[in-house]
Design a protein around this ligand. Structure first.
Ligand SMILES: NC(=O)c1ccc[n+]([C@@H]2O[C@H](COP(=O)([O-])OP(=O)(O)OC[C@H]3O[C@@H](n4cnc5c(N)ncnc54)[C@H](OP(=O)(O)O)[C@@H]3O)[C@@H](O)[C@H]2O)c1
Length: 301
């Protein structure tokens, strides 16, 4: 068994594998329990120790609880709250957030979370402070060991600067580099843990035509404009460069990749064995971004 690199998640006691499991795909794509058991069982056997999900990723929490709840001590479990009745119906009232967290514990078949995150609430909601206080209450009650913010842009910047969160989960990839200047330097200064979401830019370059699913469209358009030369490499080489870019960004501790395919974990772990991206390659991607990115190229939720 190869041991995957691990990094301490900021000032927490969590030592996270650089490759984590992003739980949205298994929920939205309705993966079967059998697939999830193979996907996560194999990943845990091979050294992955971070699983991230959310209360609104359809059945994701229940699938994770049902398939690997019995191995709870072998991984760190992160989830999110704020959309207890579905993504389209956010609700930041403290009582609702606490009820949602209790439900997450039941679904995930655990009595504690390692991290509970506010799921992309607005800057105004963060400034009001009640939602953050609800997470602090959950931590006091022992429902979660740490609290975090998951989101982007000015709200993420406020979340970093307010000093109340242990971690930031934010978009970082070859197609989403706003965080590298806006939030990651202050997050590093405060020793916050940083979880890179959408770390492969959804591999949006694989679509020959504009994707029907709006979730992929912004990255698809950006990547057409960026036209990085390495995207013309063999598919695995291009994915490797994209993932190694994300994990070479200063301050990033773990990258959570979403998939429904059990073989992906081993494949992505193998792609990372080459380590950090060489400095000149990293600098070329940054330079191209600075040259092409428009002012509207904000962090994508
Ligand atoms: N606001 C928020 O808090 C928020 C928002 C978005 C995401 N997230 C979190 O971040 C996680 C990751 O985000 P994401 O899943 O949207 O983005 P992602 O990890 O950048 O992309 C996932 C896509 O990459 C493909 N993929 C993975 N490995 C591959 C490989 N070796 N070769 C080719 N394709 C590969 C997967 O397709 P296959 O199925 O073909 O493997 C999947 O469609 C989510 O699961 C979620 O936990 C949080």
């Amino acid at each position: 068994m190869d041991t995957m690199e691990r990094r301490r998640l900021g000032r927490t006691d969590i030592v996270a594998s650089v490759l984590g499991f992003g739980g949205s795909e298994i929920g939205y794509r309705r993966a079967s329990g059998r697939t999830v058991a193979r996907l996560l069982g194999g990943a845990l056997d091979a050294g992955l120790n971070v699983i991230d999900t959310a209360e609104c990723y359809e059945d994701s929490e229940a699938l994770i609880g049902r398939t690997i709840g019995s191995r709870r001590r072998e991984f760190y479990l992160f989830t999110k709250c704020g959309h207890g009745a579905g993504w389209a119906r956010p609700d930041w009232r403290p009582a609702r957030l606490l009820a949602s967290i209790e439900r997450s514990l039941r679904r995930l078949e655990t009595d504690y979370l390692d991290l509970i995150q506010l799921h992309s609430c607005s800057l105004a909601e963060l400034k009001r402070g009640d939602a953050i206080a609800a997470l602090e209450r959950a931590r006091e009650r022992g429902w979660a060991r740490y609290i975090g913010y998951s989101g982007d842009g000015e709200a993420a910047r406020f979340a970093v600067e307010c000093g109340r969160f242990d971690t930031l989960q934010t978009s970082v990839s070859i197609a989403d580099q706003e965080a590298l200047e806006l939030t990651l330097p202050p997050a590093r200064a405060r020793e916050m843990g940083v979880i890179a979401k959408r770390p492969l830019a959804n591999v949006a370059w694989r679509y020959a035509r504009r994707p029907a699913d709006s979730y992929y469209r912004t990255y698809w358009s950006r990547l057409r404009a960026l036209a990085y030369a390495f995207l013309r490499d063999a598919p695995d080489t291009a994915v490797a460069t994209a993932l190694r870019f994300t994990l070479s960004v200063p301050g990033v501790h773990t990258a959570i990749v979403g998939t429904t395919k059990p073989a992906r974990w081993q494949q992505n772990a193998a792609l990372l064995r080459a380590g950090a991206l060489p400095r000149d390659e990293f600098a070329r991607i940054r330079a191209r971004w600075r040259e092409v990115a428009g002012a509207s190229w904000e962090g994508q939720v």
